[in-house]
Write a protein that binds this ligand. Structure first.
Ligand SMILES: Cc1ncc(COP(=O)(O)O)c(C=O)c1O
Length: 393
């Protein structure tokens, strides 16, 4: 008897994990795989969480999350994005954005419903869509177009089964921030074909230069068909707290909460109090982190620009650099494995983010400047030697 369901068997482990495991075989690796801030939560957030515990706020909370947190989220969305969501029935607190996206897919997809995802994209979308009986439909984004969404390609991929478009801006892994012009076009497509838009905005504050985050939900007539996913993980360096939320139309939100009631009841109550403090306790910690990420991105960009075989366009947001290695003639996996073997540097092969990520690697700069400097030296040495090997061949 095979005890594992067909659906679960169709779900794949991420290649990021494969690289991570492989790196354990080496004694001095420098890892650029990390998808979480190298900072910890700020002291005021930690203190608020401990205070909640000491005050006995360690029970089950309402399924949708504690009222003070939903109210704080409502104020924050208005302040930061001009979005008006009421805390009573348009916001629900979830186990990170990950839990929110999964529950939203579960609530909205019927078997065979298609969800359009731009690719390369965060690995979990396709798996979660499949876990919910849906079908991910990939639309490629290109280096030449700064990895921005191509609305025409999206429109061409719509079928009778299309239910939703998933967007992620700023984007993991490409670091792209979608412009207002592109968002308007995507919004018009969603309205024309009566589609939902899932807008994953977890990196919205990690943004550089002149780039501006715009939530597609803020565009005319989009609030009623958009689900906004956000979390405390990246913005406030609170990955382990597992607090996120979904904002959207009350009918969908109440159904997400109904699932929460049956899955985990609620998010850990003390962590929810920590999250209130994150939203209300000032932006000093966040600003410090973004400043560091920007310095690191600039350094990486400067170093990579002098190396042979690779192309990199400065990330507009997130803490990832998505780098073309096509000119080496190697596949992403070959490149990543050889780099590990020769120089003990761990990067994520681009095809971990879908087939259209082939020909790229992802570097996370959520690691110290010291690591970045040493890692860049090693990558440079790898590429220079590659040039010598190629010349000799
Ligand atoms: C694009 C994107 N969305 C969502 C998440 C999930 O974050 P969390 O569940 O910690 O909020 C991640 C984490 O890496 C991500 O990169």
């Amino acid at each position: 008897m095979n005890y594992i369901s067909d659906n679960t068997q169709s779900i794949k482990h991420s290649k990021i994990r494969k690289m991570f495991n492989k790196a354990l075989e080496y004694d001095n690796p420098i890892s650029f795989t990390i998808g979480e801030p190298d900072f910890t939560a700020s002291d005021n957030v930690v203190e608020a969480t401990i205070r909640a515990l000491k005050e006995g706020k360690s029970k089950y909370s309402e399924n949708a999350g504690i009222k003070p947190l939903r109210e704080a989220i409502s104020r924050y969305l208005e302040r930061e994005c001009g979005l008006l969501y009421n805390s009573v029935d348009e916001i629900t607190v979830t186990t990170g954005a990950m839990g929110g996206i999964y529950q939203a897919l579960k609530v909205t997809l019927n078997p065979g419903d298609e969800v359009i995802v731009s690719e390369p994209c965060w690995t979990n979308y396709a798996q979660q869509i499949k876990m919910c009986g849906g079908v991910p439909v990939s639309v490629p984004v290109d280096f030449e177009n700064s990895f921005s969404l191509d609305p025409e390609k999206i429109e061409r991929s719509i079928t009778k089964s299309t239910k939703a478009i998933m967007i992620n801006s700023p984007c993991n892994p490409t670091g792209t921030v979608l412009s207002e012009e592109v968002l308007i076009k995507v919004a018009n497509i969603a309205k024309k074909y009566d589609l939902l838009v899932f807008s994953d905005e977890v990196y919205k504050h990690i943004i550089f230069d002149e780039a501006k985050h715009i939530s597609i939900a803020s565009l005319p007539d989009m609030k009623e068909r958009t689900l906004v996913f956000d979390s405390f993980s990246k913005t406030f360096a609170m990955t382990g707290f597992r607090v996120g939320y979904v904002a959207g139309p009350s009918e969908i939100i109440s159904n997400i909460t109904k699932l929460q009631e049956n899955i985990a009841a609620c998010v850990a109550m003390p962590c929810q109090y920590g999250a209130v403090e994150a939203l209300e306790g000032g932006k000093e910690h966040l600003n410090m982190m973004v400043e560091q990420y920007e310095k690191r991105r600039n350094y990486i960009s400067e170093r990579l620009s002098k190396m042979p075989y690779i192309k990199y366009e400065k990330s507009k947001g997130t803490f990832y650099a998505f780098i073309s290695i096509k000119d080496t003639g190697m596949t992403s996996e070959e490149f990543a494995m050889k780099l590990l073997e020769k120089e003990q540097v761990v990067v994520v092969p681009g095809d971990a983010f879908g087939d259209f990520g082939e020909g790229y690697i992802r570097i996370s700069f959520a690691t110290s400047m010291e690591n970045i400097k040493r890692g860049m030296d090693r990558i440079e040495s790898f590429l220079v030697n590659l040039k010598v090997w190629k010349a000799e061949a």
